[in-house]
Design a binder for this molecule. Sequence first.
Ligand code: SF4
Ligand code: SF4
Length: 196
Amino acid sequence: MNNVQPSPFVIAEAGKCIGCKACELACFAVHNDHNGVVAAVGTVTVPVIPRLHVIRTESFTLPVQCRQCENAPCAEACPVQAIRREEGTIVIHEESCIGCKGCAMACPFGAISLYKAYSNGKVVPQIQLKERQHSAMVRSAKVIAYKCDLCRTRDHKDGAMGNVPACVEVCPVEALSLVHPDTSVSRSRTAAAMRL
Ligand code: SF4
Ligand code: SF4
């Protein structure tokens, strides 16, 4: 038997979520230091691009995000190896991403979205591709894939709660949780055994 541990991931409880989208804003803020976003109000000059997405149906609201799959189909589909497993998290290397959409099509959860890349509050140009517009050669925007990375680069000082992801921390109704599969399965087994 090998010692590979299943990766942790964030999951939501539909029965609790009230659809407030605080999780989306917290996720956006955590990933946009390089765009000057230090708090959600007054510092936002780029579109709000979260890495989890609150879906609404007639009967419930619920955020959807990456499950950090063990055999990640997105990584398999990426033709330039921009998606890799690093310390138990599936990570998209934005500098390598060519915006081909293969990962978004491959993800069974719809957890990957493609949007323009921003840096220092400005659109990053796609320097490999030029388009003709009004007879002048202009640069297109670089488009990249975004998804949950478990806040891996988050600075946990300033009162942040240990290694709790930003979305989990801000949810006012505790609808989100960081699941460690081994621990959770073991807890479920114990609870089931206690009921026997
Ligand atoms: S912060 Fe919590 S309640 Fe609000 S949308 Fe996200 S999961 Fe739902
Ligand atoms: S864990 Fe972090 S990166 Fe993932 S959805 Fe939550 S806030 Fe976004």
